[in-house]
Design a protein around this ligand. Structure first.
Ligand code: BES
Ligand code: ZN
Ligand code: ZN
Length: 479
């Protein structure tokens, strides 16, 4: 999408619409008062809605106008993002190509929210639709009036690049698993390397074996698809800090021999959501000139049942030398993360953050939108929670309760991959990972909620790209 700024809307621009934010009394919130002139008769007549988020569209042979009702109270940045997302969705069937948005006088957080409302809200996944003419038309240009905001076009472009990263994460989550599997995901890393985003190194099965990543291999051994261990390294000159990001990329999670019920299976194409988040972050860094070294580690496997699959009760020795009794092959994410978290030590990181669609229990605990977070470094967790809420990309902390360690006891190995209780499944999964993340400052994000059940104002069903925007903001908070 083209991004421009404007001072005055050009008279002759085809298929253009301007978006004007007003309160429920019809007063303009950003821009000159007279922008509301066309709306006033409808407010006086009681035709204009009272509550937040009700749109009012006035067609015209020239530039159309969409008034967005921001409610009675002072509108927050969160509301600007949601309202803008609603607005671009509403304009899609109208075939609007250029959207002018008056942001005059808004604070920086609200301008960012407006930009993200457009870039995230206009997202559609159409790669497999054959009749592209039937598909909703996308916006071609967003033009902003930034007077009295203190925001530069360069900043807007950076936010837009980060949103492109979020949209990449969504594309990866929504791509069907017959086309997106470890080998093709690795190819995507190579493609991004070619585009100049970072250096990519791919470990194939023999190298993964050499690394003693037996926990990872135990997950992929039931599948026809070979595993890949993807390493993406963005290392700018004079890098300030080193962050290692680890993302679970199970390209399809059938559960393995501990097979999932068929109703729970289709959404498991999104079980590479953690990896998708890492890809989304890595793809944005060069464009925004991130001053830190960021290494993305994405262990990628497919979890399938077969004659070569891991048996519940098998024992493997992980890369870290810790033996694991695999009592449930559907708790596979923690196995591939265990080896990747151990590998992360190689980079002597200042901070490690992992992302994984790890437990259904996290959805039970926090519902369909909020992601779980745990960790051994409170400042890092606090920063993720604070930034996440400010960007409407929410994380909430759960405790790594020491007393629950005993629940992971194995009769024959150092640890079992499942707890011997059905309660607290997100915490016991976090405790399992903690054993492999002892040597650095670490946070674990359980982003099961990123496989969104229903779309919302700016997120599509099936893949939200949770954590991309928050993490990039947190880099600077931790340096
Ligand atoms: N990928 C799933 C978790 C999941 C479920 C994510 C639903 C998003 C939506 C994970 O591999 C899994 O199956 N976890 C098990 C763990 C259990 C066997 C201890 C679960 O949550 O039931
Ligand atoms: Zn599973
Ligand atoms: Zn899984």
């Amino acid at each position: 999408m083209k991004i421009t700024t404007y001072k005055q809307i050009p008279a002759k621009k085809k298929a253009a619409c301007r978006l004007v934010f007003v309160n429920s009394k019809g007063d303009v919130l950003a821009g000159p008062k007279k922008l509301a002139d066309d709306l006033t008769p409808f407010v006086e007549n009681g035709e204009f809605g009272k509550s937040f988020g009700t749109p009012f569209y006035i067609p015209s042979t020239g530039t159309r106008t969409l008034y967005m009702n921001m409610g009675e109270k002072k509108a927050t940045a969160i509301q600007f993002r949601r309202a803008t997302g609603k607005a671009v969705k509403l304009l899609k069937p109208k075939n609007i190509k250029t959207l002018y948005i008056d942001c005059q006088g808004l604070d920086e957080a609200s301008v960012r929210a407006v930009v993200e409302g457009v870039t995230l809200g206009s997202y559609d996944y159409l790669d497999y639709k054959s009749d592209k003419d039937q598909a909703p038309k996308s916006l071609e240009e967003m033009s902003l009036n930034l007077k009295n905001t203190g925001v530069t076009l360069k900043k807007v472009q950076a936010w837009s690049s980060i949103s492109d990263g979020v949209n990449l994460a969504r594309d990866l989550m929504l791509q069907p698993p017959n086309d997106l599997y470890p080998e093709t995901l690795a190819k995507k890393a190579k493609q991004l390397e070619k585009e100049g985003c970072f250096k990519a190194q791919i470990l194939k099965q023999p190298e993964i074996e050499k690394e003693n990543m037996n926990a990872l291999l135990s997950v992929s051994q039931g599948s026809e698809k070979a595993p890949r261990f993807i390493i993406m390294d963005y290392n700018p000159k004079g890098a300030k800090k080193t962050f290692v990001l680890v993302g679970k990329a199970v390209t399809f999670d059938s559960g393995g021999l501990s097979l999932k019920p068929s109703s729970a299976m289709p959404e498991m194409k999104g079980d590479m959501g953690g990896g998708a988040t890492v890809f989304g972050i890595m793809a944005s860094l060069e464009k925004i000139q991130c001053p830190h070294r960021v290494v993305g580690l994405v262990p990628s496997v497919e979890n399938m049942p077969s004659g070569t699959a891991t048996r519940p009760s098998d024992v493997v020795i992980s890369r870290a030398g810790i033996s694991i009794e695999i009592n449930n092959t559907d708790a596979e994410g923690r196995l591939i993360l265990a080896d990747a978290l151990d590998y992360a030590k190689n980079f002597k990181p200042d901070y490690v953050i992992d992302y994984a669609t790890l437990t259904g229990a996290c959805l039970v605990a926090l519902g369909p939108k909020i992601c779980g977070i745990m960790g051994n470094h409170q400042k890092l967790v606090d920063a993720m929670v604070k930034v996440g809420y400010s960007l409407d990309d929410p994380f909430w902390q759960l405790p790594l309760e020491e007393d629950y360690e005993a629940l992971l006891k194995s009769d024959v190995a150092d640890v079992s991959n499942i707890a011997n209780t059905r309660w607290g499944g997100t915490i016991t999964a976090g405790l399992f990972l903690q054993r492999f993340a002892k040597d650095y400052k670490w946070a674990h994000c359980d982003i099961a909620a990123s496989i969104l059940e229903k779309p919302d104002d700016f997120n599509p069903k099936g893949g939200s790209g949770a954590g991309v925007r928050t993490t990039i903001e947190v880099f600077d908070k931790m340096s």
